[in-house]
Ligand binder design. Structure first.
Ligand SMILES: Cc1cc2nc3c(=O)[nH]c(=O)nc-3n(C[C@H](O)[C@H](O)[C@H](O)COP(=O)(O)OP(=O)(O)OC[C@H]3O[C@@H](n4cnc5c(N)ncnc54)[C@H](O)[C@@H]3O)c2cc1C
Length: 477
């Protein structure tokens, strides 16, 4: 008689849930994935109108090997990733334009001699920090005391404990434009750069040392390929199913109650926001008392004509970068924010009608607050108009060229994550850069995945968290 396959339920179908489902299926586990939305992808959403296509969540793809490996393990052809050059164009209020690429010579040729030396030293420092931290904090299971001590002895002191990111940058001589440039990477982990610990400088290496890629077919294209691969491996994907409660008995999840009935399996991997998972268990997560990470305000613009002076990824800095985060810290939408403009049609021409382009504009925003609720039906359109004005003042007046306009506010993100915070709790101390563990005390067959737990947010880390969760789940079968 053949042994029946082990069973797993995966809750949530973002990158973490898909990665967990695939890794479990590759291990021979029979997987059912439950997703509340009508399709998988989570924060990696998509919007299309009048011949324009937009990825409406993540757009900067780093470490593509983390997703291509999943396809290779299944013996299938992975999605195609195009390396971008420049990685990103930086536009400063002074009118300075800086193209940053993987080639340090090309990048530093646009800087003064003094700036070039600071740039190279800071990139080298980011590499040192990344290479010391990655084996323990990214590629391994959530570190215990032993791993933390090993890291502390080997590289921990070089991680500048007790120092904040701005102090580290100043120590290396970064000022002005270069300081703003290096500060920004901490926002990729949801931090206010002025309050971020120095160790978050390691994030810069991932982009500046390893590159930025565009997946042919867009970010959502990869989601579709992951979904199809999962289905070919036998994963049952149930969309439009909202998990309402996790019932436990004798230290195990015995029933997953949803609006479409009750599900059960030997192990459950929840890739929902950590706080949401705890609430479904009827518990309060420690993270609930912590300050949330950044949220975002997204403006999608389908434009007539092509804009000179822009490339695929562009970042336009404000006059006062510090004031932007001070506003976010007060729970306000910043009046003069950094604007990230990503135009995928520069690489994927089919994303816009001929002679047009698709702009994804992202501004940092505070997480939703019960104490200071905003009426997004009123505030959203007003802020979208405001951002069009900010762009115009920065020499990017597109107001006469808009064919399609759509916004996604923090309230939209609030459907996907607690308070619409993109990265869980704000990593404003060394301890908080350590993301919550992927296990839940007292519930043996429940494992956590996703951007709010170890190793953290962003596509590569969410994929890793799914892989780690699957490994943990298998040990619990
Ligand atoms: C605007 C924006 C820009 C970003 N830019 C980048 C970028 O450029 N590069 C990068 O690497 N990362 C970026 N990120 C971060 C990245 O998108 C996320 O870290 C990653 O997608 C998180 O994946 P996840 O699977 O952990 O979570 P999610 O994608 O949020 O998936 C969780 C899933 O759970 C589902 N769910 C929630 N509650 C329930 C329930 N009760 N029942 C059933 N299902 C439920 C949700 O619908 C969702 O599909 C960005 C994010 C945003 C929002």
């Amino acid at each position: 008689m053949t042994k029946a396959a082990n069973t797993a339920l995966v809750l949530g179908g973002g990158f973490a849930g898909l990665s967990a489902a695939l890794s479990l299926a590759l291990d021979g586990v029979q997987v059912t994935l439950l997703e509340q939305l009508g399709e998988v992808g989570g924060k990696a959403g998509e919007f299309a109108q009048e011949g324009f296509r937009f990825d409406l969540g993540p757009s900067v793809w780093t470490l593509p090997e983390l997703v291509t490996d999943l396809f290779r393990q299944a013996g299938e052809t992975p999605p195609e990733f195009v390396p971008l050059s420049p990685l990103c164009r930086y536009l400063y209020p002074s009118g300075r334009v800086w193209d940053v690429s993987l080639d340090p010579e090309k990048t530093t040729a646009q800087l003064s001699e003094q700036e070039a030396s600071v740039y190279l030293r800071l990139v080298a420092e980011a590499r040192t920090l990344y290479e010391a931290a990655a084996p323990t904090f990214l590629f391994g299971q959530s570190p215990g005391l032993k791993e933390l001590m090993r890291y502390g002895m080997a590289g921990g002191l070089r991680a500048h404990p007790g120092k904040r990111l701005p102090a580290l940058l100043r120590h290396f001589g970064a000022a002005g434009d270069l300081e703003t440039f290096f500060l920004r990477f901490a926002t990729y982990f949801g931090a206010d750069p002025y309050r971020a610990p120095a160790v978050l400088h390691n994030i810069a290496w991932v982009e500046l040392g390893k590159g930025v890629f565009y997946p042919v077919g867009g970010i959502k294209g990869v989601v579709r390929q992951l979904r199809e691969l999962a289905q070919r491996l036998g994963v049952k994907i149930c969309t439009g199913v909202t998990v309402e409660r996790l019932r436990t008995s004798a230290g195990r999840v015995t029933q997953v109650e949803t609006d479409a009935g009750v599900f059960s399996a030997e192990v459950v991997v929840s890739s929902l926001d950590l706080i949401r998972t705890y609430r479904l268990l009827g518990r309060k997560a420690t993270a609930e008392g912590l300050e949330p990470s950044l949220s975002g305000f997204v403006l999608l613009l389908g434009l007539d004509g092509k804009t000179p002076g822009l490339t695929h990824h562009n970042i336009s800095f404000p006059n006062d970068y510090r004031a932007e985060f001070a506003a976010v810290g007060r729970g306000e939408l910043p009046a003069d924010p950094t604007l990230y403009v990503s135009i995928s049609s520069r690489t994927e021409t089919g994303d816009a009608p001929p002679g047009c382009e698709n702009w994804f504009v992202l501004a940092n925003a505070p997480a939703l607050s019960e104490k200071r609720p905003m009426d997004w039906d009123v505030t959203g359109p007003r802020y979208a108009e405001h951002l069009l004005g900010v762009l115009a003042r920065r020499g990017l007046d597109v107001r006469g060229r808009v064919r399609v306009q759509q916004m996604f506010t923090p309230a939209y993100l609030g459907r996907l994550a607690h308070r619409g915070a993109i990265y869980g709790a704000a990593p404003h101390s060394l301890l908080q850069t350590l993301r919550p563990k992927q296990t839940v005390r007292g519930v043996r067959n429940l494992v956590l995945a996703g951007g709010t737990v170890h190793p953290g947010g962003g596509i590569p880390l969410a994929l890793l968290s799914g892989k780690h969760a699957a490994e943990l789940a298998v040990t619990r079968l």
